[in-house]
Write a protein that binds this ligand. Structure first.
Ligand SMILES: [Zn+2]
Length: 512
């Protein structure tokens, strides 16, 4: 007898419908899976068999063939365990075909018959929203986030079979809605770091506020222990809640990557990702051989990508960031086709000023000029061009650490950021970092004195054409923070201090 059970598999961050066809026939007992299964799907035989037997359900001593249709799509992951098990029970006559009509199934099976949540439940549920979807109990919140389909669940295979056979009632879906949360890395919850903890660092704090407001990428250069990491970790909390569409995109990415979907199922706070400099290009950008997994740049979608010790990342990995930084998405191509992942984030880079970290300080820095030049060149010119902002971050002095007043809190600064951001969004629909060419001129009109100041800088050679746009964009954000329509000379003057220059990496510009 044949059973066909609807399910879905993950392709990138999209769900693809799969029909799990199970055929049980007389013949030599055996179990074959066809239709481009990956290793995890082929191993499902052992999990399904153990789960059936531990649940007190029969394993047919007959010939079992499982076909995964359409056959042209590679199927990965263990989420097909449950539809295979259900198909087997229907095909061997243990379950009435009518009892599963109109339903779809996704879930992994434990050897003890428990149901475990597969990766990407949100995305799979979207693909199966026309049917009554059965998922493991742990996956209900994630499956219902999209708010589209109908979902029911069971904790174990035994319980599921009893529900399908009408012997027991379905587990009522939990109705309470958990608040969403951030998808912080390293187990650091949102709000764990407050700007009030940052002593001194006037310029760096300002740069952080500007980065949050305009979405400008920020480079921080300074010795170890100066507080660059703490500053970066404060950035997500300066950003407003994710818009609904970005929130759903971020949740799909986190779901598809199998990492950190918050309790309520929806990623609502800007994520913070901080990959180590040993991360591979695939881990950073996305991809993989059998399973197209989103990379760190997509996990940071809507939030912050922090690259600490940027000079230590392989040059190839850094250069691979350039296109996503330009497009806000990344196209990962492999032999079996290409996948597009969203990847719009604020990049924060931190770098020591030289290999030893002391940045040419007399008596402390052990690096020669040539070594320092080489180190600075690790950031290619095209990558450096993506940074609007760059600041020196030096270790706070003793007075600031002991007697200095506490800085403004995250909540205070975030209030200013939110007001200024909404000005930019009302005016041009995007944060200021996206303004180039004619749009920049149209949306950031310069007062006469501002134009004069920029002209002076250009004529003296202190500013290049590329630097001009950068200063213009930052000045637009500074004006928004003050609620000004036009950009005046004071904004340009401050933007000149905050703009990204290679000299900062070479320790020639002081920046303070
Ligand atoms: Zn040095």
């Amino acid at each position: 007898m044949i059973a066909a059970i609807p399910s879905a598999v993950l392709i990138g961050v999209d769900g693809k419908l799969v029909s799990v066809e199970v055929h049980v026939s007389n013949g030599l007992p055996g179990f074959t899976v066809v239709g481009l299964p990956d290793a995890a799907v082929r191993e499902s035989r052992d999990r399904v068999r153990a789960a059936l037997l531990s649940s007190g359900l029969p394993w047919p001593l007959r010939r079992v063939t499982v076909n995964l249709a359409p056959s042209g799509v590679r199927k990965g992951g263990a989420g097909l365990d449950l539809p295979i098990a259900v198909g087997l029970l229907v095909a061997s006559g243990e379950l009435d075909p009518d009892s599963v009509a109109g339903m779809a199934f996704v879930g992994e099976l434990g050897l003890d018959g428990s149901l475990r949540g597969p990766t990407g439940v949100l995305v799979l549920a979207e693909a199966l929203r026309d049917r009554l979807l059965v998922v493991p109990e742990v996956s209900v919140a994630e499956a219902t986030v999209g708010g589209t389909g109908r979902v029911c669940s069971a904790p174990t295979l035994r319980r599921l079979v009893d529900c399908l056979a009408g012997r027991r009632a379905w587990v009522a879906p939990r109705s309470e809605r958990h608040p969403g949360g951030s998808a912080a890395t390293d187990g650091v919850p949102a709000g764990a770091h407050d700007l009030a903890e940052v002593r001194g660092q006037r310029l760096a704090r300002r740069a952080l506020e500007v980065a949050a407001t305009g979405g400008h990428h920020l480079l921080m250069v300074g010795p170890p222990g100066a507080g660059k990491t703490l500053l970066a970790r404060c950035l997500p909390d300066l950003l407003p809640e994710l818009e609904r569409s970005t929130s759903l995109e971020a949740t799909r990415i986190h779901s598809a990557a199998g990492v950190g979907v918050p309790v309520g199922g929806l990623v609502t706070r800007p994520p913070f990702r901080s990959p180590h400099h040993g991360a591979s290009a695939v881990a950073m950008i996305g991809g993989g051989t059998t399973w197209m997994r989103p990379g760190e740049i997509s996990l940071a979608h809507g939030g912050v990508l922090f690259l600490d010790e940027m000079g230590e990342f392989p040059v190839a990995v850094l250069d691979a960031l350039r296109q996503p930084l330009e497009d806000g998405r990344v196209v990962v191509s492999r032999a079996r086709g290409s996948t597009t992942f969203p990847a719009r984030f604020v990049l924060v880079g931190a770098m020591n000023p030289c290999p030893c970290g002391e940045g040419g300080a007399p008596g402390r820095c052990r690096c020669g000029d040539a070594a320092r030049q080489r180190y600075a060149r690790r950031l290619s010119a095209p990558l450096l061009d993506r940074f609007d902002l760059a600041v020196r971050v030096d270790r706070p002095d003793v007075d600031q650490l002991i007697g200095g007043p506490p800085g403004e809190s995250t909540a205070t600064v975030a209030g200013r950021v939110a007001r200024a951001r909404s000005l930019a969004l009302e005016r041009q629909g995007t944060p200021n970092a996206g303004l180039t060419g004619a749009r920049l001129d149209r949306h950031a009109p310069l007062s006469d004195d501002a134009a004069t100041l920029l002209e002076l800088e250009l004529r003296s050679g202190a500013l290049t054409a590329r630097g001009l746009h950068r200063v213009h964009r930052i000045a637009r954000t500074l004006a928004d923070l003050e609620g000004h329509r036009a950009v005046v000379a004071a904004h340009v003057g401050e933007a000149l201090l905050l703009r990204c220059r290679r000299e900062l990496l070479l320790g020639e510009g002081d920046g303070r």
